[in-house]
Design a protein around this ligand. Sequence first.
Ligand SMILES: [Zn+2]
Length: 163
Amino acid sequence: MDKLWAPWRVTYIAQILKKRKGCVFCAMFRQKTDRKNYVLIRGKHSYAVLNIYPYNNGHMLIVANRHVGEFEKLSREERMDMFDLLLTTKSLLQRVLKPQGYNVGVNLGQVAGAGFPGHLHMHLVPRWKGDVNFMPVTAHAKILSQSLEALYRELSRAYKRRH
Ligand SMILES: [Zn+2]
């Protein structure tokens, strides 16, 4: 039976976050281990990271550097930086993965499906025709992490060629 495509309601990342102490997005911001964390691009006020529980190949998160849960709590400059980074990331995905479309989404508040409502992040999900059945998710965690590493390297190389 086909699964319903409901990317903004399902929050796999929440399962991980519950097991960790503190905020995973703050930790990624502070840590210098971008490769290990799959942090791909750092802007002035935000960063782009591969979602380790992707809804689709190339699923990225655009994360505010500061720990705030609402757009209203960011300065105008920080909001602009996040949006610019969203577009930079989209253009990178377009060059490397050539998707036919994208879902861009934000979950504000737990009731809206936010896995971690305290720290603002935007989802950028590449889409291809007929891709709705992607998502074995936890079943093949090792295979997934290997393919994430390969994708990270590929995107990282493509980004460095242009910047
Ligand atoms: Zn945080």
